[in-house]
Design a binder for this molecule. Structure first.
Ligand code: DQA
Length: 155
């Protein structure tokens, strides 16, 4: 099959408190809300032949459930595990079951902040990380995934 004609499925997972983007510490996380980020990712995905599905939860187990249900159904994954980045072996283990490209995104530069944010438990299982570029991090991650999945060229 021509790789440019097949729609790839991309799952975007947002961890706790990211539903409050735009309101939550805007000087750290910016003023763009999650609905706007997701809508823009869906639009960008359409340009590249990617179907983007977004999910946010404040609950660790709900994120693990989403990752498990992505097995065999999703071609690429973008995740901002938020605070679970630094604590969740359960989310890391779930990601470890997937053998698809996975990009970890953080809006802020976690390495410039408090020491407890410097370590990511996800780092050892994801394909790559983007930190500190604000909402552009999500959009760049989607573009990188599209390239990795051999999706349609950017218009
Ligand atoms: C974050 C960084 C985390 O340390 C923090 O707990 C978040 C957001 C980011 O996108 O910069 O909730 O993942």
């Amino acid at each position: 099959m021509n790789p440019n004609t097949q729609t790839r499925q991309v799952l975007v997972l947002h961890g706790p408190n990211l539903n409050m983007l735009g309101v939550r510490e805007p000087e750290v996380y910016g003023r763009t809300g999650l609905a706007e980020i997701n809508a823009h990712m869906k639009w960008l995905g359409e340009q590249r032949g990617l179907a983007v599905h977004a999910f946010q939860s404040n609950h660790e187990g709900a994120i693990v459930d989403q990752i498990q249900s992505a097995i065999g159904k999703t071609d690429g994954l973008i995740i901002n595990p938020a605070a679970y980045t630094h604590t969740s072996i359960a989310i890391r283990d779930a990601l470890g079951m997937l053998s698809i490209p996975m990009i970890e995104v953080h809006l802020s530069n976690i390495h410039k902040r408090e020491k407890f944010r410097h370590h990511s438990l996800m780092a050892g299982v994801v394909t790559g990380q983007i930190v500190g570029l604000g909402v552009n991090g999500y959009y760049l991650a989607l573009s990188a995934l599209a390239d990795m999945l051999g999706a349609a060229a950017a218009p």
